[in-house]
Design a protein around this ligand. Structure first.
Ligand code: ACO
Length: 371
């Protein structure tokens, strides 16, 4: 039997940071309200030339570097996102091209904030089934492009970013051991972008009504999240044969510190075992868990054989949890690492050039159409 181990991780976030105080210029809010109700202090916001694809590519390149794996070794790329660059082609195909992953299949997965855990589970299953051995799993979002910057109920919550992990097949037991994927579509209207799809194509009226931006019933989503987190984690622990006390690190979706604290309390899990970074990123939807994993690994909070539980929840409604035994990056030789770093630098320069080219093209074509 094959096991899917996490052997690489990375994050990619925009440089621009927007603080709670910056938001006061846009809506009637305060740093105090946002911190108290959500735990968020600032968020990263994509700038010109940045998109879900560019952030995902940055995260993927770092994950490949950690893993010591070249893009041509990737069999499959899954990008979990609710904010793809286009309806089609998929963002995963754009990432595949940007990386030069010439042997990889690629597709996007849509399960909102639960998307990364869904994608991790799918990547694990293709490895277990023997259809692939190296899978790049990415959660990436540019939610700043779909929030209504005049709606204080939602615009203060979200941020942009991407996180990626490399899954690698091995006979050694461990890695992603078990997952639970759930949906309750009857709650679809609680968190929705109503316009721009086939049900309500974009028209002047839908634009006027801001139907292309996020609508959320915050209180109901809050209740749903606190309801499902405790019972789903317990179900997962039962499936995998772990106790709450055995969890070394709990990595929940970073939506609201009050939701996270309430889940930890009802599980009886001390906050020292809970990873949070939403203060600096806000809710980055599908990107929040892989960004958290990358930071936890960078901070040395994940050691080999640690028992890790992740849980995401969000639009759909969807929710998903996974139990993972933390692995080690593959031991690569110094020359392999040098080669990988060179490849990383070349790919990085290439993608920056492409971004500049797109910006220039945008300006040139924009100028022409005005003529
Ligand atoms: N600044 C100041 N006041 C505000 C703001 C703001 N940014 N936003 C709302 N308020 C006001 C409201 O208007 C309301 O005023 P009123 O009493 O005069 O009407 C008051 O603050 C309280 O509003 P509530 O909505 O009751 O505030 P609550 O404590 O419920 O917090 C929040 C709102 C933060 C949205 C919370 O409900 C929440 O976190 N919900 C869950 C959201 C979530 O987790 N989403 C995850 C999924 S995301 C995905 O899948 C893409």
């Amino acid at each position: 039997m094959k096991y899917a181990h996490i052997v690489g991780w990375g994050k990619g976030v925009p440089q621009r940071v927007m603080t709670n105080n910056d938001l006061r210029a846009l809506v009637d809010t305060s740093d105090e309200w946002i911190r108290e109700r959500t735990g968020i202090g600032s968020r990263h916001v994509a700038g010109e030339g940045e998109s879900t694809c560019t952030l995902a590519t940055d995260a993927a390149m770092r994950a490949l570097e950690v893993a010591g794996i070249s893009p041509s070794q990737i069999d499959l790329i899954i990008v979990a996102t609710a904010t793809p660059d286009y309806a089609f082609p998929s963002t995963a195909s754009l990432v595949q091209d940007a990386l030069g992953a010439d042997r990889a299949g690629a597709y996007d997965l849509s399960a909102a904030c639960s998307g990364f855990v869904y994608a991790l589970s799918m990547g694990t299953d293709v490895i277990r089934a023997g259809s692939a051995n190296t899978v790049l799993v990415i959660g990436a979002e540019t939610l700043s492009r779909v929030v209504n910057w005049k709606d204080r109920n939602t615009c203060v919550l979200f941020g942009d970013g991407a996180g990626a992990v490399v899954l690698s097949g091995s006979d050694q037991p461990g890695g992603v051991l078990s997952s639970i994927l759930r949906s309750d579509g009857s709650g679809g209207d609680l968190l929705i972008i109503p316009g721009g799809g086939s049900a309500q194509p974009t028209t002047a009226d839908t634009l006027e009504r801001n139907d292309h931006t996020i609508r959320m019933n915050g209180r109901e989503v809050y209740k749903f999240a606190t309801r499902v987190m405790d019972r789903t984690v317990r179900e997962l622990l039962h499936k995998v044969g772990w106790t709450v006390e055995q969890i070394d690190l709990f990595v929940p979706h970073q939506a609201n510190i009050r939701i996270i604290e309430s889940a930890a309390k009802s599980l009886g899990l001390p906050m020292e075992k809970v990873f949070t970074n939403l203060e600096h990123y806000g809710n980055t939807s599908a990107a929040s868990i892989p960004i958290a994993i990358a930071e936890a690994a960078e901070q040395g909070r994940l050691r080999p054989n640690d028992k890790v539980v992740m849980i995401g929840f969000g639009a759909g409604l969807t929710w998903a949890a996974a139990a993972v035994t933390w692995g080690q990056p593959k031991l690569v030789s110094r020359s392999q690492r040098t080669a990988q770093r060179l490849r990383y630098n070349v790919t990085s320069v290439r993608s920056r050039l492409l971004r500049s080219l797109r910006r220039i093209e945008g300006k040139v074509f924009g100028g022409r159409s005005e003529d």
